[in-house]
Design a protein around this ligand. Structure first.
Ligand SMILES: Cc1cc2nc3c(=O)[nH]c(=O)nc-3n(C[C@H](O)[C@H](O)[C@H](O)COP(=O)(O)OP(=O)(O)OC[C@H]3O[C@@H](n4cnc5c(N)ncnc54)[C@H](O)[C@@H]3O)c2cc1C
Length: 470
């Protein structure tokens, strides 16, 4: 048992009772696991919680919420730890770490799966791929189901199968007052609406039920092309004209060393495209032919593979590092954006930095009504993100200045932002993630489910008096 010194205002009796009732692990400052347990992947946020509870079940989650509230401790929830704004870890409070709650149950006959929210995308695909199924998550295997699903979830199947939330059937959640509730289209439908895009504002989700899509394999991999204005512009146009089975995520980047890139090309500017064609494998070559024809490829690994095979490309970007991201939804990739990307990436600091381009338009996510879920920007055609990773605190200034100057050059063309790509950029930016009516409905529901803003360690929707949002 650890000492109570981290929580001087908690009586020994209360502390002992809490610890005895938690089935999972309680990690305190000084414990051997503490440094690992408090890590946020974005190392800009170096926070030191007083208590970390590695929850074992919903009852642990409920007790932790009640304890934190009783003693006025800041409370945050950690899944994969990838919050760009470092929201999953706090200073001096209690962190509920969900990672031990990562069971996944597949019902192959009914094409559904239940997953505990502490599972990460790689674990989920490992459980469903043997049955020939998938769920649309993102591009990185270590991102937590909790974070990605509650924000919306934009990945390699978005044009064919929509957002992660478009494949969500139900949720189990622990509320601010410690109750375990379910939410589906018919049970607590308002809550189910809010949780599909409203982030971690309403409670701690313990489980998700997803509908599975049939996807034994994709035709995909990496296609590395020389980055010129013509190639990037044509890629953007082709991506929206392509059959919706074809989704790609690309970056304008100084080509990093990858096993399939010729050594002499490393460091040269490229458009590196990660491709997923989710139709019939035999049709894959024809579907990607227009991309291949854009220029003489520097590298081309496209072929049949499991969807999870794409996670390998993102592994370097998933490591803990200092990270700055600025992003938005766009209607088109105009010449100014393309020229800016080429110039800024060419002159970028010595770090891993790039413009990520996600063509997401003309597909399934756009067909869902913007009122149907709390995710508002259903008409978006591109998601663009300036992403910069570096190691050394002494390089903070140069990297932040580079991201901000690049962002200034393209920010004006945006139409909203994706809440999961926000980096603690202030209330106005959170509002930008939602249509006004959606934000007001979310604020009302926040008032109902979390009136004192217990769940504020997130891209926060503040509870407002009903009169202010009626
Ligand atoms: C390398 C990288 C790649 C990414 N790729 C994609 C992508 O392709 N598509 C995409 O849509 N997004 C992507 N993202 C963004 C990602 O979806 C968000 O950062 C997400 O919040 C991370 O979730 P997490 O569980 O890993 O993070 P955490 O830091 O553990 O959690 C983030 C926040 O989510 C909330 N949360 C997490 N779990 C729960 C829970 N069980 N109950 C209630 N609230 C919870 C909390 O508010 C928490 O602060 C990426 C991020 C990174 C860093």
């Amino acid at each position: 048992m650890g000492s109570t010194t981290a929580l001087p205002h908690v009586s020994t009796e209360a502390w002992t009772a809490f610890r005895l009732r938690i089935k999972g692990q309680v990690v305190l400052p000084g414990d051997p696991d503490y440094e690992t347990a408090r890590e946020a992947k974005n190392t800009i946020y170096d926070r030191k919680p007083a208590v970390i509870v590695r929850a074992e079940d919903a009852a642990d989650v409920s007790r932790s919420i009640t304890f934190a509230r009783r003693f006025g401790l800041p409370l945050t929830v950690k899944g994969g730890g990838h919050s760009i704004g470092g929201h999953s870890v706090n200073n001096g409070g209690l962190v509920i770490d969900m990672r031990r709650m990562n069971n996944i149950r597949v019902d192959a006959e009914n094409r559904t799966a239940w997953a505990q929210s502490g599972a990460v995308a790689r674990e989920f695909l490992a459980a469903v791929e043997p049955y020939g199924f998938a769920v649309p998550f993102g591009d990185a295997g270590s991102v937590g189901l909790g974070g990605i699903t509650l924000g919306g979830g934009i990945g390699y199947l978005v044009r064919k199968h929509g957002l992660t939330i478009d494949n969500l059937l139900g949720i189990e959640m622990v509320t601010a007052d410690g109750q375990i509730v379910q939410a589906t289209e018919t049970e607590n439908p308002d809550l189910f609406w809010a949780l599909r895009g409203g982030g971690g504002n309403f409670g701690v989700v313990t489980g998700f039920q997803y509908k599975l899509v049939e996807l034994p394999q994709i035709y995909g991999g990496a296609l590395v092309l020389p980055a010129t204005k013509d190639v990037i512009s044509a890629y953007a146009k082709l991506s929206l004209e392509a059959p919706e089975e074809l989704t790609s995520i690309s970056m304008v980047v100084k080509t990093p060393p990858m096993p399939f890139v010729p050594e002499e090309k490393v460091g040269e500017l490229s458009l590196t495209i990660f491709v997923a064609y989710s139709g019939d494998i035999q049709d894959g070559p024809e579907a990607v032919a227009p991309l291949r024809a854009l220029a003489e490829p520097i590298a081309d690994t496209l072929g049949p593979m499991p969807l999870s095979g794409l996670y390998a490309f993102m592994e370097p970007a998933e490591q803990a590092a200092r990270l700055r991201v600025r992003s938005g939804f766009y209607a088109k990739l105009n010449d100014e954006i393309v020229e800016s990307a080429l110039a800024f990436v060419q002159d970028g600091p010595v770090s891993v930095n790039f413009l990520q381009i996600r063509p997401i338009g003309n597909g399934a996510m756009n067909r869902v009504s913007p009122e149907a879920t709390a995710f508002s920007h259903r008409d978006a055609r591109f998601l663009l993100a300036i992403i910069d990773h570096w190691e050394d605190t002494e390089e903070d200034g140069a990297n932040e200045a580079w991201v901000d100057a690049f962002w200034q050059s393209i920010a004006g063309y945006r139409h909203g932002v994706y809440s999961n790509f926000l980096q603690d950029e202030g209330e106005a930016r959170v509002r930008e993630a939602y249509a006004t009516a959606t934000f007001e409905r979310l604020a009302k529901l926040k008032l109902r489910y979390d009136p004192t803003n217990v769940f504020s360690g997130n891209e926060n929707i503040p509870p407002k008096p009903l009169s202010a949002v009626a």
